[in-house]
Design a protein around this ligand. Sequence first.
Ligand SMILES: Cc1ncc(COP(=O)(O)O)c(C=O)c1O
Ligand SMILES: N[C@@H](CCSC[C@H](N)C(=O)O)C(=O)O
Length: 455
Amino acid sequence: MSTPPANGSSSSGDDSTKPVNKAISKIDLDGHNLPPSPAPSSPSNGRRRYALATELVYTDSKDQYGASSIPIYQSATFKQTSSSGGNEYDYTRSGNPTRTHLERHMAKIMNATRALAVGSGMGALDVITRLLKPGDEVITGDDLYGGTNRLLTYLSTNQGIVVHHVNTTEVERVREVISDKTAMVLLETPTNPLIKIADLPTIARSVHEANPKALVIVDNTMLSPMLCNPLELGADIVYESGTKYLSGHHDIMAGIIACNDPALGDKMYFTINATGCGLSPNDSFLLMRGVKTLAIRMEKQQANAQSIAEFLESHGFRVRYPGLKSHPQYDLHWSMARGAGAVLSFETGDVTLSERIVEAAKLYGISVSFGCVNSLISMPCRMSHASIDAKTRKERQMPEDLIRLCVGIEDVHDLIDDLSRSLVQAGAVTINLDGFQAAGTAAQLGATPLDSGAP
Ligand SMILES: Cc1ncc(COP(=O)(O)O)c(C=O)c1O
Ligand SMILES: N[C@@H](CCSC[C@H](N)C(=O)O)C(=O)O
């Protein structure tokens, strides 16, 4: 696991599986010295031979014509050689070569023995929660993506599942509610949108000690496998929205589930085949194409996010981003992740001020979602998290004025210029001769120091 670079900027470089080859590290074919390969920092299940950035583009395609890009098998059915079958595939709901190719690639990238591709991130969570039965209990966070909260609320209202929402930044809060009825502990880290960090290894250990049958599920959408491998930190199942960083262009909906337990994999595959939520061949192709550029996109996106977070913080805003040393769980985050990602949120102290900033932005699209090549701006309480009712949002201390920025790959100067102009136009900052200065006092702007575990 790497630590953040000394200059504070984030890095997406993952060399966790790179072999240490001293002979090669000394000289390359042109006679130039190469830097030594870093030692592996995390266990690999043996299927990854190269650094993650290399593995993302390296695929073992067995196409009969040697196609370098897996073809889209746009077929619902597959002919059999006899009445009892004989072909690996029969029907695309049950399996499709393009989807299988993607699933094998994702298993390798996520260091899992099995990966499954479905129609959306929520589809992935639906498949996972079908492992539950009435009476089971789920422990989860008090800051969660709105759609996740909605599905869990549905399960608790209609399916006899008991859901405990606790502050997952405090391991003790999780321990307090674990019982022999706990079937799942579902974690986001960083959380969407308050960027709270959960101690995955400690929580996973505590859960497994207290109840070996309970499953630790991690939603890794906010980081992607480029920055974090929850399966290596104790999770039993990891899932993420492929709509975000994995595909990277906001042109498809997708979800990926990964695990290392064959029995769990088979149960979830059963649900996918039984319900028909497997990813289509066309979207499997697009996700496969998108994931090849994940490393380079993430590197640029998080470098841009780091600069924007520092810019906002230097002007007195309370910024939530794990790349900032002011984040109360900075060290914990970097003990688990290889980068800070490209989603940050900040408060202005005033809902209408936030509205004016968001609506003044030109380069940042007013849109839900994140992880895409273009930058987005949103007010989570009105958009991505609007399905959580106002009373619950208040109880969970979600600031109504919160602005979320999802940073893309544009030129960082353009991004900062557009944000500066929006802040000035909205009246959030005034200009003095030294540059920008916050218009209100730090307190008015909500620029109070973050407490450990603060919402
Ligand atoms: C953290 C998180 N998990 C899961 C999802 C669900 O993904 P999808 O929109 O692909 O269903 C989202 C966003 O939608 C999200 O932000
Ligand atoms: N209307 C949608 C909102 C999707 S939000 C997408 C994404 N997870 C985000 O955080 O922006 C819904 O109700 O689900």
